[in-house]
Ligand binder design. Structure first.
Ligand code: MN
Length: 712
């Protein structure tokens, strides 16, 4: 294990301005906090964060990262709080440790790795600061290095997860060295037999061929020197995992694999790369289709190198990689290397410069598919990933709600959704989901998509399903209404109403079916009178017909009694009038009057749900509107509220309403949980605008998590 001063010296060796105090403090803090905890290896637990910090120094990361690496398990595994970290080590370290703690929690939630790709995206999206991801990878690397101490079943699960999730992540951000090491250890764990046999064959070849690697290296060194090219040359057998992968991909046996050795020629600049390539190709036979120029066309993760396959020295097929020192550094360390080069203008907080850097590289890439695949990286910032109760991951656009989630699971779940539990607590359907939320959708067969949902859902799938339902449903209503209106109109004129007559007039209304005519009448596109006249051309309109027509055509009523200032226009003077308690109409709302039996006219808002009841009785509808002179008598508006269940929150609410000149006249707690109240609140206001102002003020308040006008 690295000692305290060794770690500090390591960091200072590449960053002379490193925060020595913070490093010392974090080292001691981690040691104290993990105290007597032990690893399965029997080592003290704190050796793990120290080793993780050691790995991070290999990436030459800044002292903030090293400090966060030392502290990465303290919040999850000890009694340490994020506040404590913040106080002692500052905001940035605290944010990174917080990110790592959340990642650890997410890992526990994930029941399966079936959706490895989504899980990788989730990890990327959660790692708002790239350093979170780098520390996570270092953490995983050390856990893999010490994997053999774990119990067998745990070992293979961790190894599989590493292969599915972390190795590809390391590759995605260009950290070749980390990716290779993770894969090797996981491969050894998961396919012990294959690993052993490849190892055995490699050593057999080595003995037989009297170790070709050094011979080929010295030959290549001679070749370069003769042509005046300064080059560092290294060679190795390919790793067992990459040999195994190749055997799988090509469905080949070990013997059929020709190039199991790879050599690197590392030179000073790009020009020298192509000179070296020229030397290699002029001296040795090239193997067809093995040449790739990733310098002119880098890989999406920024990897740059020239690859070529040749029949090399000693008549052996080998792979040669040619690159500059700088390219090599970036290829091995990926984002971390970019980081090291950019000292002084580091990526901080939510600044995604590293992604932009990657994108700049990508923009030079010629393959548009590759480019698209990788711009997704940036798009993860616009997505949230949530778990089903079974641990499946659902990716959604940011600001998505449980309804979006429900439709993403299955449209039948969306259609029947009545409520949602987020992380075990019932929350409103319009709650915005956060990364890592576990969402359970409550369904009921009696439920149908609600037009209200259309106001807050985000995904196209949910919107389309809701609109499709509402449209179909509305059409049904229009058809019923239209048919009733027609029957009423015909009956009112003592004329025979039959469907046969309707068939004949379909073309008059560009209708394809009788239902089309009904729907048009119901929707008010065509009046019942128009239909009647089409069936009985030349028929003269009677009185009742006029009443129906005036409603259906929705023509505004002419108010002839302008002399009398009325609160509401369109009423016969002296008629009793009251405001409906269902929808609480306010001056400014579009309103309709319904003639009630014995109680005069009830005023409803135009979108009041109760109006459906009167759809079949058009003669009871009055077209009314608010008058210009509105008295100061208060009107009651009803609000639906979600309020934090905290001491004083109800007081805050009434203060806020009062400060905006409103007056709470009734309050009803609909639902109450540990964390919130759901309330219906009646507020006396002047008009709609007044109510809207109060809603805006409430929205800005910290204790109010949701507020809208209630029309029920
Ligand atoms: Mn750890």
């Amino acid at each position: 294990m690295l000692r305290q001063y060794e770690l500090v010296d390591l960091v200072k060796s590449y960053d002379p301005n490193a925060d020595e105090d913070a490093l010392n403090k974090a080292y001691v803090f981690a040691m104290k906090k993990h105290g007597a905890q032990l690893r399965t290896s029997g080592d003290p637990y704190y050796s793990h964060p120290v080793e993780v910090a050691g790995i991070l120094t290999k990436f030459k990361l800044d002292s903030t990262s090293i400090v966060a690496g030392l502290l990465h398990d303290t919040v999850e595994d000890t009694d340490t709080s994020i506040d404590e970290i913040k106080k002692l080590f500052g905001d940035q370290v605290a944010q990174i440790v917080d990110g790592l703690t959340k990642l650890a929690m997410i890992e526990q939630k994930s029941a399966n790795n079936k959706q490895a790709e989504n899980f990788r995206k989730l990890l990327l999206a959660m790692s708002e600061d790239i350093r979170v991801l780098l520390i996570k990878l270092a953490d995983r690397l050390h856990n893999m290095r010490t994997l053999h101490f774990c119990a067998a079943d745990k070992r293979s699960r961790i190894a599989k997860e590493t292969l599915d999730i972390y190795a590809p992540l390391a590759e995605r951000i260009g950290m070749q060295a980390v990716k290779t090491e993770l894969e090797e250890i996981a491969f050894r764990e998961l396919h012990k037999d294959a690993y052993d046999s490849i190892k055995a064959r490699l050593s057999f070849l080595r003995e037989q061929g009297s170790n070709l690697v050094p011979q080929i290296i010295s030959q290549l060194e001679k070749d370069m020197a003769e042509n005046g090219i300064k080059a560092d040359i290294s060679g190795r057998e390919k790793s067992p995992y990459s040999i195994w992968r190749k055997m799988q991909q090509k469905n080949a046996s070990f013997e059929q694999l020709s190039d199991i050795m790879a050599f690197r020629i590392i030179v000073d600049d790009v020009a020298a790369c192509y000179q070296a390539l020229g030397v290699v190709h002029s001296k040795y036979h090239m193997v067809p289709r093995r040449f790739k120029d990733y310098i002119s066309t880098p890989k999406p993760n920024g990897y740059k190198s020239i690859h070529t396959g040749i029949i090399g020295p000693e008549n052996t097929r080998v792979e040669i990689q040619i690159r500059t020192h700088e390219m090599h550094e970036v290829n091995e360390k990926g984002v971390a290397a970019h980081w090291a080069y950019k000292q002084g203008e580091r990526v901080v907080g939510k600044n995604f410069r590293w992604i932009r850097e990657l994108l700049e590289i990508l923009e030079q890439a010629s393959n548009p598919e590759e480019f698209l695949e990788n711009t997704k990286l940036e798009m993860y910032n616009d997505q949230v990933f949530c778990f089903t109760p079974k641990g499946d991951l659902i990716g959604l656009p940011i600001n998505s709600t449980p309804v979006d989630f429900a439709y993403a699971v299955h449209s039948s779940v969306g259609d029947t959704c009545v409520g949602a539990k987020i992380n075990g607590e019932i929350r409103p359907l319009r709650t915005m989901l956060q990364n890592g939320d576990q969402v359970e959708i409550l369904t009921s067969k009696a439920q149908h998509p609600s037009p209200e949902w259309d106001r807050f859902v985000i995904t196209g799938k949910a919107k389309a399903a809701i609109r499709r339902y509402v449209r179909a449903h509305k059409r049904d209503q229009f058809i019923t209404l239209g048919q009733q209106l027609l029957e009423r109109t015909f009956k009112g004129e003592s004329l025979d109403f039959n469907e046969k007559a309707m068939v004949n007039i379909l073309p008059n209304f560009e209708a394809e079916s009788i239902d089309d005519i009904y729907a048009k009448v119901g929707e008010g596109l065509v009046t019942a009178w128009d239909v009647l006249k089409a069936v009985y051309p030349g028929y003269k309109q009677s009185k009742i017909g006029k009443v129906v027509k005036s409603f259906i055509s929705k023509s505004p009523r002419k108010d002839k009694s302008k002399s009398e200032p009325l609160k509401i226009k369109g009423l016969v003077p002296g008629m009793a009038v009251h405001f409906a308690g269902c929808c609480h109409p306010l001056p400014g709302d579009r309103i309709v009057g319904i003639v009630t039996t014995g109680k005069g006219v009830a005023v409803h808002t135009i979108d009041c749900k109760l109006l459906e009841k009167f759809a079949s009785e058009p003669e009871r509808w009055l077209d009314i509107s608010w008058g210009d002179a509105i008295d100061d008598a208060p009107h009651v508006g009803r609000l639906k509220l979600m309020l934090a269940n905290e001491p004083g929150s109800l007081g805050d609410l009434s203060n806020l309403v009062a400060r905006n000149n409103g007056n709470i006249c009734n309050l009803n707690i609909v639902n109450r949980t540990v964390s919130y109240f759901e309330l219906l609140v009646d507020v006396e206001v002047k008009d709609l605008k007044h109510l809207t102002d109060i809603i805006a003020a409430l929205k800005a308040s910290k204790v109010v998590s949701y507020v809208s006008r209630s029309m029920q």
